[in-house]
Every structure is written in structure tokens, then in C-alpha cells.
Write a protein that binds this ligand. Structure first.
Ligand code: PEP
Ligand code: MG
Length: 574
């Protein structure tokens, strides 16, 4: 039972900090149709937006009809008749007239107008108790889902709802689940922090929350049943606590804690100008992991040694379609140029697994692989496997990277490598792309960028000796290495106790990798989340790691820890 008493809930504190605000509930799925009204002068523009989505839906339906034509006759007839009815409904039907009226006369936004007109139409069909019309109700629903998806072009209901909600004051977001795409699209000016019912500590959603410096608690059981929109809420991201309807005393306490945390953060910021040296003077390279363009300014001002991991998939998770090579080039160029001549390690697409695209139209290949990977995405066509299976997809990215290599200091990093053949095949594609680009008049450096591999599958660590002959550097991804070694889904809240990056098996694989890199004289870094754990930093350094890459907000804490460690002497200095 909900009442006005203070209630403490516990979950996984995945991103530190205190957030205090009223909450807003946004569920994934149907309730995410944005409910705002538009201005009087914007009705024509909103109607055009709907017409564009309708045109795209017609195009999709026509393509599906053409595909269905090659099916066995009975199936083809059945499917085509449904699709053709849907196609007709997109013409001058009652549905479309109703939607137009709602947009132009009632000033509803296009998604809301379509959603409500559909509901009204279905109610009318049902009232007629006619079996034929009842079956049409399903067709209308299916059609509406298609147009809504196209209309909310980002494919991201949370973001669309948040970003269109002009009246929205800063709040804490409460949801059943936030995908990495939802999280990447959150407006940091409006969302102070978030709490969900599901998710794991090193899920991409959790990593994004840390990168965005947004307090977050995941995996809070029964969360939605305990809160109401507008409840005053406190998130304690350090301790995984969510307090609903806090008492005046609790509120005062957390306001104090919050002020202290801000002061601590400011003090850590001061460290950024100091060199990244251990107490006894060993130089440790400290780089940033970047996922979103909005993180770049913090990385630039952090005085870091470069970008150790530029995840490229997040730029496109909500784009609705795969970006072309030119778009990718523009994005990458802005980051590489901002970093001036500091090294930027660009990881090639790590799509698949948790990171699926919200595709709208025109990407049949991508839609196909997502479908193929669906049976077991984490063990399927993910990352380098996907890129090699769809060379055109891969080449578009490799060409963009080769072009930015002419603008700065670029390295290329391959995710999820498990075999030498993947490195060899990529080198071949890179050479082909460089030839194509030069033939088209683009500038590509004579020496192609160094090509490294992520060590994040146990097999890669076990063959690190061999891999080191083919790769120019290693980057240890402890997040996936933990998941694949321990057979534990990193995003599954039920598996939290089994997800142990500090498991002895992981340390053995790290040791093998460091030894293989040393033998071959190639660089090895750690860019998984453990690199940002102050309690683990010393152990990593003692095992021979000399380069760490962490989210920009955690840089200060890691540097503080590095500066406390003495590697040559046995004793740690406080
Ligand atoms: C990792 O797996 O440790 C890693 C750094 O990559 P990601 O978290 O993007 O999978
Ligand atoms: Mg990984």
C-alpha cells in the first residue's frame, strides 16, 4: 500500500552521487506515446511530420507485399490481403481524417493523435459486434504501431517523451527498464538521476550513467508498485538506496551529504593538472572512455592522455538507421580534432548483444542481422563477427576512420576478437578501403593506423601469445571478459552475485595477456570498468599494467589512487 510515509528501497548503486527531485514514471512500451499539445502555428508542420511517416510506412508495406509475393500461394494471399488493407488505410481513410482533425483542430501531437484516433476507431468497431470489423481492429492496431515507430523517428520513446515535454522540470526518472539507447538519449538538464527495476552493474546502461555523471540505482525490486508520479525522491547512487517521500530530517541529511559530495568532486577536479605518476614516479597513462559526443569537453579539460576507448555504437543507437560513412566521418572528426594530437582509440562497431539499433526504414541488412542474432545475442553475431559478415557495413566505418586518421593520432580497436583470422581479415579490408579512398581523392596516411584487439573473450587471452604477432596493441575489456569467463550476463540483475570482475580466473587471463604483450613488446591497457575501481587500481599496476582508460568523471579518483601507490617499494604509501 502506498501512503505518505518515507520508504527506503535498495538496489544496485551503479553510478555515484546524490539526486534529490520529484519523480516521473516512464514505462518502456505503450505508455510512451508523448502527450503534449502543439502550438497553434505548428499544426501544418506536425501534419507534414505525420505525412512523412505515412509515406515511409507505405514504402515499407509495398516492400513487404513484394516479398510476400514469393511465398507459397496460400500464405502469400493471406499476408498480402492484410498488408493491402493497411496500405489503403493510409490513404484518405476515416483513420487518417480523424488524425488530421486531432492535429489541426485539437492541437494534439502527431503520435498522440494517431494513438487516440486508433483507440476511438477500435472502440467503434467493437461496438458494432461484427466479426469482420473486429478482425480489422487488429489491422488498425498493427498499422498504428508501424507508423508510430516511424513517427518517433529516434525509435526511443523515453527520449521522445522527455525531450518533447517542454514543461518538464528537473526530475528523477523511474522506469521498469532503460536500454542503452534510452539512456544515451536522456537530457541531462532535465533528468537528475534514474532508478529502474532491472539491469546489472556493468550493463551498458550502468556504464552510460557513470559517463554522464548521473546518479543511478538499478535492479530495485517492486519499484513501480511503491511510487507515484511526483513523489519527492532521493537517490543515493553510492549506496544503492532510493528513498521515496523522505521525512524532513532525511531530506536535510541528504542535502548535507550532497553538498559534501560536490565539494569532494571539486577537490578531485583539482588533481587533473597533476601528472599521472605513482608515488615513486612511475608514469601511468590515464585515458578516457568516451561514448557520447557530449562527454568530449570533460575529456578535453581533464588533461588525460587521450581517448583509450571510443565506443562508436552509441552515436547511432537512436539514429533510426545505420549512419553512412560521411556521417560517421563527421562525428569522429569532431572528436579527433577536439583531442588535438592526443591519441584516440576508435573501437569499431560493437553492435549486437545489449546494443541493438532502433531501426526505422531502409536498413534491410541490419534488420536481418538483428533478427538473426535474436536467439542468443550475446553469443551471436555481435561486434567484429557482425562487421565481417556484412563487409559493406564494416567498410563504411573503416573508411570513415581512415579519413579521420589523416586529422590526428588515431588507433583502431576491434571488439570481441576470438580468432587471428578476424584480425587478418580486418587488415585486408583496411588496405582495400585505403586504396578505394585514395582512388577517390581522399587523403589517407601512408602508414595505416595501428590495429589493436580487445581482450574480452577468454579465448583471446588464452591465445594472446599468437594474437600479439598480428595485433599492434591489446586493450583488456574486463566487462565482457568477466561475462564470458564466468558465463554470467552482465546486464542481468539476478546474476549480480555471480558477476565478479575480481574472480581469480579473470586475474589469470589478465596475467596471460600482460605477459604476451610484454614478450612481443606491444602496449596493453585496461579499459573495462575495473580500471575505475580505486580498490583494484593498485593490483592492476602491480601486474604490469601501465595504461588505464576510464569514464571522464572517474578520472580524478583513479589519478588520486595512482598517486598513492608505490610500485618499486614493497610498501604502499598512504
Ligand atoms: C568491456 O567489455 O570491458 C568493454 C570495455 O567494452 P564494452 O563495455 O563496451 O562491452
Ligand atoms: Mg566489451
Amino acid at each position: 500500500m502506498k501512503n505518505n510515509d518515507e520508504l527506503r528501497l535498495h538496489g544496485l548503486g551503479v553510478s555515484p552521487g546524490i539526486a534529490i527531485a520529484r519523480l516521473k514514471i516512464r514505462l518502456s512500451g505503450a505508455t510512451d506515446v508523448p502527450r503534449y499539445l502543439i502550438q497553434d502555428g505548428d499544426t501544418e508542420m506536425e501534419w507534414s511530420r505525420l505525412c512523412i511517416a505515412v509515406a515511409a510506412a507505405k514504402h515499407e508495406l509495398q516492400r513487404l507485399i513484394a516479398k510476400a509475393a514469393s511465398m507459397p500461394p496460400a500464405a502469400s494471399e493471406e499476408i498480402c490481403s492484410i498488408l493491402e488493407v493497411q496500405l489503403q488505410m493510409l490513404g484518405g481513410s476515416r483513420l487518417m481524417r480523424g488524425v488530421e482533425n486531432r492535429i489541426k483542430n485539437q492541437r494534439q501531437n502527431a503520435a498522440l493523435a494517431l494513438f487516440e484516433e486508433t483507440a476511438a476507431l477500435i472502440t467503434a468497431f467493437n461496438a458494432m459486434a461484427d466479426r469482420y470489423l473486429a478482425s480489422r481492429a487488429e489491422d488498425v492496431r498493427g498499422l498504428t504501431r508501424r507508423v508510430l515507430r516511424l513517427l518517433i523517428e529516434t525509435g526511443n520513446a523515453h527520449a521522445a517523451a522527455e525531450n518533447n515535454d517542454e514543461s518538464s522540470t528537473p526530475h528523477i526518472l523511474i522506469s521498469d527498464i532503460l536500454t542503452p539507447g534510452d539512456t544515451a538519449a536522456l537530457d541531462t538538464l532535465k533528468v537528475r538521476g534514474f532508478v529502474t527495476e532491472s539491469g546489472g552493474a556493468d550493463s551498458h546502461t550502468a556504464i552510460l550513467a557513470r559517463s554522464m555523471d548521473m546518479p543511478a540505482v538499478l535492479a530495485v525490486p517492486d519499484l513501480l508498485a511503491r511510487c507515484d508520479d511526483d513523489d519527492e525522491t532521493i537517490i543515493d547512487g553510492n549506496n544503492g538506496i532510493v528513498i521515496l517521500r523522505p521525512s524532513a530530517a532525511t531530506l536535510a541529511h541528504y542535502q548535507k551529504v550532497s553538498a559534501q559530495k560536490l565539494a569532494d568532486k571539486a577537490a578531485l577536479m583539482q588533481l587533473r593538472l597533476l601528472p599521472s605518476l605513482t608515488h615513486d614516479g612511475v608514469r601511468i597513462k590515464l585515458k578516457c572512455n568516451i561514448e557520447l559526443p557530449r562527454e568530449v569537453p570533460l575529456a578535453v579539460s581533464s588533461n588525460c592522455d587521450g581517448i583509450g576507448l571510443l565506443r562508436t555504437e552509441f552515436l547511432y543507437l537512436n539514429a533510426g538507421r545505420l549512419p553512412d560513412s560521411e556521417t560517421q566521418f563527421q562525428h569522429l572528426a569532431s572528436i579527433v580534432e577536439a583531442m588535438e594530437q592526443k591519441p584516440v582509440t576508435i573501437r569499431t562497431l560493437d553492435l549486437g548483444g545489449e546494443k541493438l539499433l532502433n531501426l526505422s526504414h531502409g536498413d534491410e541488412d541490419a534488420a536481418e542481422w538483428q533478427h538473426q542474432a535474436a536467439a542468443n545475442p550475446l553469443l551471436g553475431l555481435r561486434a567484429i563477427r557482425l562487421c565481417l559478415a556484412y563487409p559493406e557495413l564494416f567498410k563504411a566505418q573503416l573508411k570513415a576512420i581512415l579519413r579521420v586518421a589523416a586529422l590526428g593520432n588515431v588507433n583502431i580497436l576491434l571488439p570481441m576478437v576470438s580468432q587471428i583470422g578476424e584480425v587478418v581479415a580486418t587488415r585486408r579490408l583496411l588496405a582495400e578501403c585505403a586504396d578505394d579512398l585514395r582512388a577517390s581523392g581522399y587523403v589517407v596516411p601512408d602508414r595505416l593506423p595501428p590495429l589493436g584487439v580487445m581482450i574480452e573473450i577468454p579465448a583471446a587471452a588464452l591465445i594472446a601469445d599468437e594474437l600479439a604477432k598480428y595485433a599492434d596493441f591489446f586493450a583488456i575489456g574486463t566487462n565482457d571478459l568477466t561475462m564470458y569467463t564466468l558465463a554470467v550476463d552482465r546486464a542481468d540483475e539476478q546474476m549480480v552475485d555471480y558477476y565478479q570482475p575480481g574472480h581469480p580466473a579473470i586475474w589469470q587471463l589478465i596475467d596471460l595477456t600482460v605477459q604476451a604483450a610484454a614478450k612481443r613488446g606491444i602496449n596493453v591497457s585496461v579499459c573495462g570498468e575495473v580500471a575505475a575501481d580505486p580498490e583494484v587500481v593498485e593490483n592492476l599496476l602491480r601486474r604490469g599494467i601501465r595504461e588505464l582508460s576510464v569514464t571522464p568523471p572517474s578520472l580524478g579518483l583513479v589519478k588520486q589512487q595512482i598517486r598513492r601507490v608505490s610500485l618499486r617499494a614493497e610498501n604502499k604509501t598512504a
